[in-house]
Design a protein around this ligand. Structure first.
Ligand SMILES: [Zn+2]
Length: 315
């Protein structure tokens, strides 16, 4: 079964989140620049560059740059080729900037990987959204509950981890091929993250899959449990029938007490009956049934062992 790329789905939902608060937009853009931005030195001077294959994210970045900054914005599209299946978008914002929300000092701060001071809850969430849009990914919930944000700087990864922790999200941190991964790997915290950043539709889908998965697990557990019980009864019953057969063949059963012969008789007629059921039929207790059936098995075992010994003597 082919899986939809859940990361792309979550991101296309997040791209459409339009915060009304100007500071939220700024916070989201900071997160995006810090996770996916780089300083580009071109012929026209330095600029901040965001590289992405997501057309929606490129558009959002352009509109944020234009809204928040007076500086020149440039959008470069590298068309898909046979080697590259998707267009690559480079969105650039020229520096230095003056009297600008995205002034040079702010840009320096962003590139020096300092987590911005954000006092509003909405802005903190917008910053997280920016981080995820820039370098996040999430596994399809059919496969696993796993969300991660890939960062290139260890010190920034640590700071981002502390920031996320202060927001109530306990991300793990691990190194992979010179990158630093902040990750969540349980359904509960992945769900909290999706709620915080505003991926409500994706969250709903994940929760639906989770409910179905849990139901399947419960049904499997029940079925396995019943199977195990049936198995146990059947195995025990088969052993007892075999024992009764041996006792009959050797003429031992008819020499045993009447009470034991009765239990043997009822067992033969009620292959899958529980001890309680056999007890009901005979008007005796469950433990009396168990005791007598064990006696039958022990006697049969003696006969089997004896005949094995005889076989050995004959050789
Ligand atoms: Zn805000």
């Amino acid at each position: 079964m082919p899986y939809l790329n859940f990361s792309q789905q979550v991101k296309s939902e997040l791209v459409r989140v339009q915060p009304s608060h100007a500071e939220c937009k700024q916070a989201e853009l900071f997160g995006l620049i810090q996770s996916a931005g780089a300083l580009h030195i071109g012929t026209k001077g330095p600029s901040i560059e965001i590289k992405t294959e997501n057309a929606g994210l490129a558009r959002k970045t352009v509109s944020y740059f234009r809204e928040l900054s007076q500086s020149t914005t440039e959008l470069i599209v590298e068309k898909e080729t046979k080697l590259k299946k998707h267009n690559l978008y480079r969105v650039r914002l020229r520096v230095p900037l003056e009297n600008d929300v995205l002034s040079e000092t702010v840009i320096n701060n962003i590139l020096n990987k300092q987590v911005p001071q954000l006092s509003n809850e909405c802005c903190k969430r917008s910053y997280m959204r920016g981080l995820f849009l820039g370098s996040g990914s999430i596994q399809h919930p059919e496969k696993a509950y796993h969300l991660e944000i890939r960062l290139s700087s260890k010190s920034f990864a640590r700071r981002a981890q502390a920031f996320l922790e202060s927001a109530g999200l306990n991300f793990g941190l691990t190194e992979r091929r010179n990158d630093y991964l902040l990750y969540l790997k349980d359904a509960e915290s992945v769900a909290v993250f999706l709620t915080m950043v505003g991926a409500h539709r994706s969250l709903l889908e994940m929760e639906n899959i989770r409910i179905i998965k849990d139901m399947k697990n419960n049904v499997n557990r029940l079925v396995n449990c019943e199977d195990a019980n049936i198995d146990k009864t059947v195995t025990a019953s088969l052993n007892q029938l075999k024992a009764i057969e041996i006792l009959e063949e050797h003429g031992v059963l008819k020499k045993m007490p009447r009470t034991i012969q009765d239990v043997a008789e009822v067992r033969k007629e009620n292959f899958d009956a529980s001890y309680a059921k056999i007890g009901d039929i005979l008007g005796i207790s469950k433990s009396a049934v168990s005791y007598r059936l064990k006696k039958i098995e022990k006697e049969a075992e003696k006969i089997t062992n004896d005949s094995r010994k005889e076989e050995t003597y004959e050789e």
